[in-house]
Design a protein around this ligand. Sequence first.
Ligand code: NAD
Length: 378
Amino acid sequence: MLIAVMKERHPREKRVPLIPATAARLVKLGAEVVIESGLGMSCRFDDDEYKEAGATIGSSQEDMLKTADIILRLRKPPKDEVILMKKGCIHVSYLDPFNEGDLVETLRDAHISAISLEMIPRTTVAQKMDVLSSQANLGGYAAVTLAADQLDRTFPMMTTPAGTIKPARVFIIGVGVAGLQAIATAKRLGAIVEAFDTRPVVEEQVRSLGAKFVKVDLGETGQTKDGYAKALTPEQMALQQEGMANACARADVVITTAQLFGRPAPRIIDHTILAQMRPGAVIIDMAVETGGNVEGSEMDTIVEIEGVKILGIANLPGRVATTASQMYSANLGNFVEHFWDKESKLLAVHHENEIMQGALITHNGEIVSKVYKNIMKK
Ligand code: NAD
């Protein structure tokens, strides 16, 4: 099988989909691996390292798209590349399907088997290929280092001859994968950390990291079978904002990570809360790419409201691009390996497999994902 790995087209994307070590793993499986020249340059992996791993350098982008049986990349494919792909080609990448209805239809019409990595179910078996987790983890880390850089106070307590400096207070809203890593990183830097999530099950995890769980009684909240939060009612949202206000007011840094699967992120911090916060406080809105948790936050801009600096920086994992690439590439390699048939040396698209069922969006000229169809119907 010919596996082509395309360079990222997004001008500010520094992560790369495949590092040479994973290319070597794919070659070992018996695949022919072709990469676009310069694939790894943004992370200092040069073409020669891929060649040493057994890959070849594609002669032209068009040729790679037309001949590949499998295409691997990080971000969604441009439509003008989809129409060049071979019928039956398996395309594996992030796809952002709920916001990319037109692209999904283009993939369907081109008879591409499109795998959306963010749709892989959150099961134990699938953890090794879970790009959402690997990238969110790094996003949580990068959010804290960014906040530490922007705050004009130190995170740890400092006992010096000049006096004792109190530690910074960090409040994390949303304790999924990113939130847990943000708590751990802020703790390591010496901050006093508080956290909140609508899923009460995370209280124990917050405490085990040495942070305090902020309790707000919202009544029944619950989670989906995959562990995702359910949307709150307007009354519960109002209760949450009331409960959050004090924790925000005493924080030097607030990091919001709250997301809802397949829906816009909940708006948690409004102007009233911002007005009660300390001037000079920093908010990192990690949900800015899905609509934002904070009123007034703007993508890739530092906005100042009521003296509070709000940063809605997209692609936080891209700030640690080499580590993020190592993890993404390993996830991708694990995905291919998991579905690789050693006898026939083919990647098998098994419909009955739970992971494939979750991640496969289009196949044989049809949209096959039930989750996608259900969410798009609403
Ligand atoms: P996510 O990115 O979808 O959301 C981030 C967090 O925001 C979640 O914890 C969610 O509960 C929270 N949230 C939503 N609305 C909120 C609100 N109004 N206020 C405060 N918080 C709010 O979450 P994620 O990191 O992708 O994790 C989702 C689930 O998947 C979790 O249960 C996690 O433990 C689980 N998970 C399982 C596996 C696995 O078993 N393979 C791997 C990773 C994650």
